[in-house]
Design a protein around this ligand. Structure first.
Ligand code: GLU
Length: 482
């Protein structure tokens, strides 16, 4: 393989939204290409006509772009090895099927779906591996003709034979699979479309893929594919099978664990940088001790061996923490821009806000946002009429000197008492002097009364955003004034 540019591919089937685990596979391929100066290809595996959907494909492409996982060849970026949709490569597989047939390594299979299912169930009931028994393997020419007349177009199976399928995995080392367990597998369906294992081998060969990086759930497929490479006389690529993402219970990450698609994370207000950062470090031994890695550093330090082997237990709290760190790294202008869709989602039109006012809200809450969607609650607080007092805040407002302190704040804020300039400091100073309260005793009742919560942005910022009139209204509700 010397002298050949390193080429990897991500090959999603558009039968669902981009799963966070698949995004991690795409990321590993992308990082491997970028780290080694190779090419990253995107191939759409859309031969399953029933489950494939154009909407899923559109969403997968959009999500990859959103994550900045740009491809060098693929849809919208045709290179010399296209087309990059399997459905558009229809004529490319038949010559290889013929090659296998001529070598006596593929044969037509006339078994119906019902027959195959009955065989499968029987084997499972007898506690045997559910593999094809080879019913059509040794039919005579006569028998084949007769079957064709009755059953129509056959599917084609690969004759697996004896022995072992072996390969060396970049992450897992030497791998060996017993061919006996595989059974003769379908390579071409009766409708003329290639089956997954066959299409992938032909495509990876024709696209000059040098490394195949994918999840360990594909290990047994790789065994089948290795046999096809050998039978077709192709040099196999280097394989690397990374671990899968699991929930805390060590079961493969699925809907019952919470959000699983990139789209869901995006809609909940996670930033792409945070997802990339988190997935790069997930189950990895690189980056230990440091959680925030800018992309150029990830590319520089990425290593498949360090990243792909360890178990990858998904921890949404950690992802949230990283998300908060990226939110804090944005400028106020950038963050306001990123928040716009979430402002809309919360029922507000960002264009109707005065720009300076919106920027001051964003600056005030930047340190408190974990998800972009959190902005909705703050807009309710600062702009809307809603200020719901939490149970904790209500309890605090009843305790100790809180009622007295709040009354003094209310009086200090009444028009005419203090000038608007530097209102916050003036008010606090006055109440401190009059009440003798300081620290939590002074600030917490004020916070609880004007925000309804015991935590949140800095009080001086809240003061200047709300303004005297709103502050008085909120305090009035607590002190019982009209
Ligand atoms: N279309 C396959 C999948 O989404 C690709 C697997 C592979 O990388 O070969 O699982």
């Amino acid at each position: 393989m010397t002298g050949l540019k390193l080429r990897v591919r991500f090959a999603p089937s558009p039968t669902g939204e981009l799963h966070i685990g698949n995004a991690r596979t795409a990321l590993f391929n992308w990082l491997f290409a970028r780290h080694n100066g190779g090419a990253f290809l995107l191939r759409i595996e859309d031969t399953d006509q029933v489950r494939t959907s154009a909407v899923y494909e559109k969403n997968i492409l959009a999500d990859l772009k959103w994550l900045s996982l740009d491809w060098d060849e693929g849809p919208g970026k045709e290179g010399q090895f296209g087309p990059y949709h399997q459905s558009q490569r229809a004529g490319m597989y038949e010559p290889y099927l013929n090659k296998l047939r001529q070598a006596g390594l593929a044969y037509p299979c006339y078994c119906t779906a019902d027959e195959l299912e009955a065989e499968r169930m029987g084997l499972i009931a007898g506690k045997m591996p559910p593999r094809y028994g080879g019913k059509c393997r040794n039919l005579t020419d006569e028998e084949r003709k007769e079957k064709e007349r009755v059953c129509g177009q056959p599917a084609f199976r690969f004759k697996v034979g004896e022995g072992q399928a072996e390969f060396s995995d970049l992450i897992r080392g030497a791998m060996k699979f017993d061919c006996g367990a595989l059974g003769d597998f379908i390579i071409m369906r009766s409708d003329g479309t290639p089956a997954y294992n066959f299409a992938v081998v032909v495509d990876d060969h024709l696209m000059k893929i040098t490394h195949v990086i994918r999840g360990e759930d594909h290990l047994s497929n790789t065994a089948s594919q290795i046999l096809l490479y050998k039978a077709l006389g192709f040099e196999p690529p280097v394989f690397a099978h990374h671990s899968l993402i699991t929930g805390k219970d060590r079961a493969k990450l699925s809907k019952r664990h919470g959000s699983v698609s990139v789209r869901e994370f995006r809609e909940r207000g996670f930033l792409p940088e945070a997802i990339i950062n988190y997935l790069s470090l997930l189950g990895s031994s690189f980056g230990e001790g440091q959680e925030i890695f800018p992309p150029d550093r990830i590319i520089r330090e990425f290593s498949l061996e360090k990243t792909g082997k360890a178990s990858a237990v998904f921890d949404e709290d950690k992802l949230k923490w990283i998300n908060g760190a990226y939110i804090r790294s944005y400028s106020v202008e950038e963050l306001t821009e990123a928040l716009a869709p979430f402002v809309r989602k919360a029922g507000y039109d960002p264009n109707l806000f005065e720009r300076g006012w919106l920027h001051s809200v964003v600056a005030a809450v930047q340190g408190n946002l974990t998800l972009l969607a959190d902005i909705g609650g703050y807009l309710d607080l600062f702009y809307g009429q809603r200020c719901v007092i939490s149970d904790e805040a209500a309890e605090l407002l009843r305790q100790g000197r809180a009622p007295e302190v709040i009354k003094l704040f209310y009086n200090a804020l009444l028009p005419g008492n203090l000038p608007d300039d530097d209102l916050y400091n003036a008010v606090v100073q006055k109440v401190r002097k009059e009440s003798g309260a300081k620290g939590r005793e002074l600030y917490m009742p004020l916070r609880a009364a004007i925000t309804g919560s015991t935590q949140g942005p800095e009080l001086d910022r809240i003061f200047s955003i709300l303004g005297r009139e709103k502050l008085l209204k909120r305090l009035a509700l607590v002190v019982g004034e009209k």
